[in-house]
Design a binder for this molecule. Sequence first.
Ligand code: NAD
Length: 261
Amino acid sequence: MTAGFDAKHALQVDGRVVIVTGGGTGIGKVYSTRLAEAGARVVIADIAGEEGEAVAAAIRDAGLEAISVPTDVSDPDRAQAMADAAEKEFGRIDGLINNASMMSVLPRQSWLKIPLEEWDRVMAVNLRGMFLCCRAVYPAMERQGFGRIVNISSSRFWTGQPNRLHYTTSKAGVIGLTRALSREVGEAGIAVNCITPGFTMSETQAASTSTNYSTGRGDRRVFKRDQVPDDLVGTVIFLLSDASGFITGQTFNVDGGESMH
Ligand SMILES: NC(=O)c1ccc[n+]([C@@H]2O[C@H](COP(=O)([O-])OP(=O)(O)OC[C@H]3O[C@@H](n4cnc5c(N)ncnc54)[C@H](O)[C@@H]3O)[C@@H](O)[C@H]2O)c1
């Protein structure tokens, strides 16, 4: 046997403390649940406090570990309180999944109809919130000399999908943030990577999407079926695990082959 790489355990996230922002509903709920099933200790940070607590309670009922810390990621004090609560409960922070976002609540409409306040709120949650959460977990990760940040962008970055211009713009910003931040925190042993999910039938997405909008998407994919939240879980686990230890600043497209780059 060769020393240096533990192939058998390289994909394990057992015992890792992972914060999932927006982990109370939609795709984030699936990340929270699956990470707990994989042995991670999960901190659910969602502005929807009741939903976050329900997911944490279900995880605990299954004999696994999770807490809920109701958090508005766009608020610096709340983002800091979230990181403090995670460290207080579990003693460290290994991973941050920056998944919270304004998306399913946004109407699909012409860029000329977007109210200015809505533009600003999308940027505040999707970009400033990501920056604030990274900043809040950084001291713990720096002390440990280890951290994994996974930022959730969107395949809209590749396709230029119209009718939610603020949302698509914010998700392009996530890729810039990922690249530049990875260069600033690499010395501290922290990796920062990004995922661009394709159109995914989360519970919230399914509720806010007309059949017209989703029809035909499968035809553009290599794998001709709906994308579901579980399709994203493997990439998230990979990016939290030792298997991805030399990867940072990268963007992983998970959309069944609709876009290629
Ligand atoms: N579903 C898709 O088709 C799709 C495609 C590409 C990317 N994404 C991205 O994946 C992620 C999850 O998508 P989803 O479909 O579950 O979205 P969603 O809109 O259903 O869920 C977003 C979650 O973020 C939470 N949230 C909103 N504002 C918040 C705030 N200020 N602070 C903390 N939490 C807040 C919500 O309560 C919710 O739990 C998002 O980043 C989204 O942009 C989704």
